[in-house]
Design a protein around this ligand. Sequence first.
Ligand code: GDP
Length: 365
Amino acid sequence: MKLGIVGLPNVGKSTLFNAITQAGAESANYPFCTIEPNVGVVAVPDKRLDVLEKMYNSRKKVHASIEFYDIAGLVKGASQGEGLGNKFLSHIREVAAIVHVVRAFDDENIVHVDGSVDPVRDIETINLELIFSDIEVLDRRIEKTVKLARSGDKKAKAEFELQERIKVHLEAGKPVRTLEVTEDEAEIIKGYFLLTSKPVLYVANISEEDLMNGSMENEYVKKIKEYATQENSEVVVISAKIEEELSSLDEEEKRELLADYGLEETGLDKLIHSSYKLLGLMSFLTAGEQEVRAWTINIGTKAPAAAGKIHSDIERGFIRAEIISYDKLVECGSEAAAKEKGYYRLEGKDYVMQDGDVVNFRFNV
Ligand code: GDP
């Protein structure tokens, strides 16, 4: 479940990526590893773990994590092989979602590849390259489908119609994620691995000055938000430079600096939370003396599959799940008190897990 960071050159991708990898390295609770120089693993901040750690006197705390992939080198003409071209497009193919960094700061010393700061033009430049690449991929599919349809394949005929609809949409300069489709069609489209069908989060990179002055909504940001809204995407506003600085500090220093800026949460934390949501992920929790831990599952996962995240034996021998919601547990102050009040629920194999469920699985193998 990787996210790919894309954007034009000089918009702040590497700066943001440094912040991410440093934050990973600083987080003692996540066994940080650099898989490749351009992949960063980062803990998903979760204050609930701190509370449970105290409540249970746990010896260990383990956060959920996500991976960011720095996909540098995307430029105008990439789909025609400009820059390192297609190589980068193939990297985007591997990620589940896209973090698109857009420059929203003025700085005469930092050259813009297209001569001026214009976030919407920048977004469209990148999106067009992805669209071109999708058209190419789709054309090859259409060729195959036509052959099948000619040989009398009924399913191919229906699929051809869908493919033509996608093509018209792409040729109008629109990403596949904004095409209105049925659930079945969406499932088929997934199998095409089109770049513009991936969910996107836009990151508006503003200057330190704007952040300090509380101008999080500068003119550039407004334009980015307008653009994102019409395709139902989210925007996270950060200053990559400041994030890089913040990520090298310890918790105490970080809190002080944030307070100076009048902020409650780092931009990186905001980005990580939004990314988690973008991927359709949520966390359930386990707590005990040995460890407190957040486990990542897809929204809508049922109890046995969630158990399988911990160990395949627990899924195989699943009997039921003993569950209390985090809020109720905190309200009662302890597991014993919550049990006394009857807040623990026994849930069966059809139970759909909720974010913040504190779980104890019963199993038998
Ligand atoms: P990339 O090519 O997208 O990876 O961009 P970089 O991260 O290398 O950033 C390009 C230049 O912009 C570097 O000199 C950064 O220091 C600078 N930069 C990045 N983010 C900010 C920011 O928030 N404010 C300012 N003033 N400069 C930034």
